[in-house]
Design a protein around this ligand. Structure first.
Ligand code: 13P
Length: 247
């Protein structure tokens, strides 16, 4: 089973029309490995702008959405609105949503179900905190997070699972290729036992946390690492190098 390598950029709350316009110009003009699926996660206010400027071969993702189509939910956006901007992906359960904004597993599960029902692809994020890794409960944490996601997924064809250890996000401390591979392999085994062998073999499990041009190649060579979710480096021309990690 070949899984198409997937590289997502998560711009988080960064950039403006000028800087993102320049970044998109660089990406549109770059030689990108055609065997890689590329998706850029833009701030919600720029989704329309980004979709109109980025080449059609590059996907766009929202960084969050709510669990219902419309209504009195000030400040939220729905999958229907995201799709209306021509955008086909959403990042859900990112560690900043979980730990800065206090989103629960339950809410992330509900959002996942609603986004999928409305035709969005979901980049579903999981990952342990430093104290959890040090306490030896990494597996327990990521399996529990994955279970809530899995309970809300009918079609795994539209889901990418992003393993992002919280201690590696924005810290410059990339997980070693062995650390990433170990967790990815366990997640795949969990999917085999709890979902199906076909899903375990086909779902892309991508790694996020301080991925750079310097660290991407060795990480990409690991058997169960099917791509990346990139924060800081996705705002730089270096992102092209990460997309082409396997070329
Ligand atoms: P950094 O690449 O900046 O560590 O961020 C990773 C991340 O959170 C991607 O979603």
């Amino acid at each position: 089973m070949t899984r198409k390598f997937f590289v997502g950029g998560n711009w988080k709350m960064n950039g403006d029309k000028k800087s993102l316009g320049e970044l998109m110009q660089t990406m549109n003009g770059a030689k990108l490995d055609p065997n890689v699926e590329v998706v850029c996660g833009a701030p919600s206010i720029y989704l329309d702008f980004v979709r109109s400027k980025l080449d059609a071969k590059i996907g766009v993702a929202a960084q969050n959405c709510y669990k219902v189509p419309k209504g009195a939910f000030t400040g939220e956006i729905s999958p229907a609105m995201i799709k209306d901007c021509g955008v086909n992906w959403v990042i859900l359960g990112h560690s900043e949503r979980r730990h800065v904004f206090g989103e629960s597993d339950e809410l992330i599960g509900q959002k996942t179900a609603h986004a999928l029902e409305n035709g969005l692809g979901v980049i579903a994020c999981i990952g342990e905190k430093l104290d959890e890794r040090e306490a030896g409960i990494t597996e327990k944490v990521v399996f529990a997070q994955t279970k809530v996601i899995a309970d809300n997924v009918k079609d795994w064809g539209k889901v990418v699972l992003a393993y992002e250890p919280v201690w590696a996000i924005g810290t410059g401390k990339t997980a070693s290729p062995q650390q990433a591979q170990e967790v990815h392999e366990k997640l795949r085994a969990w999917l085999k036992t709890n979902v199906s062998e076909a899903v375990a073999n086909s779902v892309r499990i991508i790694y996020g946390g301080s991925v750079t041009g310097a660290t991407c190649k060795e990480l990409a060579s690991q058997k169960d690492v099917d791509g990346f979710l990139v924060g800081g480096a996705s705002l730089k021309p270096e992102f092209v190098e990460i997309i082409n990690a396997k070329a």
